[in-house]
Design a protein around this ligand. Structure first.
Ligand code: ZN
Length: 271
């Protein structure tokens, strides 16, 4: 047992790291940046450990397995070692590189945005099973580049997933000002990003910055908030409804994160 463990320790073993201070996890690489002379600093998302920042030694140079695995969008089985300040990736086996996203710049931007969202909505070292499952499914769908679901549908669904996982799902069933139920809309409804959800007709004036949503947009948001990834292939959204859903979720996410996501601006520039 001891011998088997010692064999899986990276070479060269980092100084001061006990051979037993290693752990395994399946993770998706959500961000990569050059680090030191030849290393990469990766931000990983895993179900068990949430967001983990780890250095991949030597990954910036050469064509090693580690170098191929520590790339954005890659889902991999990893062996990591605990470091004093940063953990390190010792070994990685690629499960899915999501290479399909490289087919066009729109898919690449969509996948980057998914990773940015996962990064922003995850917490370091805090279990993130639902978020990890959502990101994995979203990247699978974007990389598949199928006609349906359209990448925009996947993005709206994943935005709602991120909000749901973190407890910030917009309230879409009752008025956030007075608590009255808001049923199937007959006309436009107002969504208050600062108030955290929908307003009834009587309260629609309480947030002058609120966005007006068509009945189809509210129905679409409600549907996607409860949909599984498998159900998305059946979803068709017209361009007007999609534009409203996009604006509504952008406003809501902006209110939650209080900072812009660069990849979202890129995505908007491409559409
Ligand atoms: Zn109300």
């Amino acid at each position: 047992m001891t011998r088997a463990r010692s064999r899986s320790v990276p070479r060269p073993a980092p100084r001061g790291v006990s051979p037993l201070a290693v752990y395994r996890m399946e993770a998706i690489v959500v961000r990569v940046q050059p680090f030191a002379e030849s290393d990469r600093l990766a931000t990983l998302l895993s179900a068990e450990h949430g967001r983990v920042r780890a250095v991949a030694r030597g990954a910036q140079k050469g064509r090693s397995t580690l170098s191929a695995a520590v790339q954005p969008f890659v889902r991999a089985r990893m062996l990591l070692w605990h470091g004093r300040q940063l953990d390190g990736v010792a070994q990685a086996e690629i499960l899915d590189a999501h290479g399909g996203v490289a087919r066009d710049v729109g898919l690449l931007a969509a996948a980057s945005y998914c990773c940015d969202l996962a990064d922003a909505f995850s917490v370091e070292r805090q279990e993130a099973g639902a978020l990890y499952g959502g990101l994995s499914a979203a990247l699978d769908l974007v990389a598949a580049a199928a006609a349906r679901p359209a990448p925009a549908v996947v993005l709206r669904w994943f935005e709602l997933s991120c909000l749901g996982c973190s407890g910030f799902l917009p309230e879409l069933a009752v008025c956030t000002a007075c608590g009255a139920p808001v049923g199937d809309p007959q006309g436009r409804s107002r969504l208050s990003a600062s108030g955290g959800g929908i307003l009834c007709d009587g309260c629609s004036g309480t947030d002058p910055h609120g966005l007006w949503l068509s009945p189809n947009t509210l129905r679409g948001l409600r549907y996607l908030a409860g949909a599984t990834a498998e159900a998305l292939a059946r979803v068709r959204v017209g361009p007007g409804t999609m534009a409203e859903m996009d604006a509504a979720l952008a406003a809501h996410i902006g209110a939650v994160l209080q900072r812009p996501l660069r990849s979202r601006a890129l995505l908007q520039a491409l559409t």
